[in-house]
Design a protein around this ligand. Structure first.
Ligand code: GLU
Length: 425
């Protein structure tokens, strides 16, 4: 019998939690982090796995695996999204939960980190099935979630629609009306203006901040955006609005390149009418999807999946700046190649922190019962992101290290205080 747990990654797969630990160890060494604090942070506080039996439209029951990992609550209630994807497993959820702790710390939010997910392919289920699965998950997690305890949000494969179902089911089960128990909701049921575009907006703010440090004028810069879902499409649109020429875009269905610049509004229009797929878009030349990351550009925004920048392709990347819209797009072994090539990489825990930052504003608005206009949300977001960027940049100079390790150092400096001040048994 195999001694592997059901959810352990296969031998050929990269363990995402190992990727977290590799960076944590490296940052801990550079900053001289207390080994006891490192020990606490290497062990997630709570891991929950549930089985969700749900009736399919066919009349047959299927059982889905649901997860929620709370990595840390040292700096506040835990916060982090819920993803629906086929590769959801305990290792991945644990890594993503730890990244949420670091991301919230980097962005100066009063939150710890968590992540959840259900192993399913959302494209293979009807809306009715997705609703029943989401509601079953909310019931199963009713003792985990809480407005001052653990606050979920959307992630890959989920959106405001799923958040509204989960909110409704949670509130029915607890008998309270607590809109702040989940964020990323549609505006009509307590969501925040600006939340939908927030992660892409954070990518844009980080890109502009980095270009400024690099003495590059956005109006003379080209970018490639890999991934055209919530993060990639908003990032591409906002970067283009700032004068950056988007020369390449791609998703799971196809990739396109156009050195004259892609009309992003037309691409967004196209996917809206084409079942959220880019395949068939005529605003550029179709290229191999795997070539997109290596195509000619100044700025590369991986905004799709994890583990896409690898030992095999890192050496062929032409960009001077990488801004990680996705969580975990670069494997640890590729970091060394990027550093050697002097490519500046704005890491996920800083670059995509815009989403959780506006989630925080949503939670604050829900608690106060008072709602802000979009300009106010965006202005507060931009300010928080700029401060976070500056802190990480300064740490990269102070410790003479990459932006990734500087972001870990920034996060660990805060988490260290939380762990020490709150103490142990
Ligand atoms: N899922 C998003 C992330 O990875 C947002 C999390 C949140 O808003 O809580 O950052």
């Amino acid at each position: 019998m195999s001694t592997q747990t059901v959810n352990a990654p296969q031998a050929h797969q990269v363990s995402m939690f190992e990727a977290v630990l590799a960076r944590l160890d490296e940052a801990a060494r550079i900053m001289n982090l207390s080994p006891e604090v490192a020990l606490v942070l290497k062990n997630p506080q709570k891991q929950v796995k549930v089985s969700l039996p749900v009736m399919m439209d066919s009349g047959k029951i299927q059982v889905f695996a649901g997860y929620r990992t709370v990595h840390s609550t040292h700096l506040g209630p835990s916060k982090g999204g819920i993803r629906y994807a086929m590769d959801v497993n305990a290792d991945e959820v644990m890594a993503l939960a730890a990244w949420m702790s670091f991301k919230c710390a980097v962005a100066n939010l009063p939150f710890g980190g968590a992540k959840g997910g259900i192993k399913l392919d959302p494209r293979k289920h009807s809306i009715g099935e997705l609703e029943r699965i989401s509601r079953a998950y909310a019931v199963a997690m009713k003792d985990v979630f809480g407005v001052n305890k653990d606050i979920p949000a959307p992630d890959m494969g989920t959106s405001g629609r799923e958040m509204a179902w989960i909110l409704d089911e949670f509130n029915k089960n607890t008998g309270e009306d607590s809109p702040g128990v989940i964020t990323g909701k549609p505006v009509a049921v307590g969501g925040s203006l600006g939340r939908d575009a927030a992660t892409g907006r954070g990518v844009m703010v980080n890109t502009l901040a980095a270009l400024m440090k690099m003495n590059l004028n956005p109006k003379q810069v080209t970018a490639v955006v890999q991934g055209f879902g919530n993060v990639g499409s908003h990032a591409a649109r906002l970067l283009a609005e700032k004068g950056i020429k988007i020369v390449g875009i791609g998703d799971h269905s196809a990739a396109y390149y156009n050195e004259k610049g892609i009309d992003i509004a037309a691409a967004i229009d196209f996917v809206a009418k084409n079942d959220r797929n880019l395949k068939g878009f005529t605003g550029g030349t179709e290229i191999d999807k795997d070539e997109l990351l290596m195509s000619k550009c100044d700025v590369l925004v991986p905004a799709a999946l994890q583990n896409v920048i690898t030992l095999e392709n890192a050496g062929k990347i032409q960009a001077k700046l990488i801004v990680e819209g996705a969580n975990g797009p670069t494997v640890p072994e590729a970091d060394a190649i990027l550093n050697e090539k002097k490519i500046i990489c704005i890491p996920d825990i800083l670059a995509n922190a815009g989403g959780v930052t506006v989630s925080y504003f949503e939670w604050v608005q829900n608690k106060a019962g008072y709602y802000w206009n979009e300009e106010e949300v965006n202005a507060r977001h931009d300010y928080k992101m700029e401060i976070a960027f500056e802190a990480v940049w300064n740490n990269s100079k102070k410790f003479n290290t990459s932006m990734r390790l500087a972001a870990y150092i920034t996060a660990l400096t805060k988490l260290e205080q939380g762990v020490i001040l709150k103490g142990a048994y």
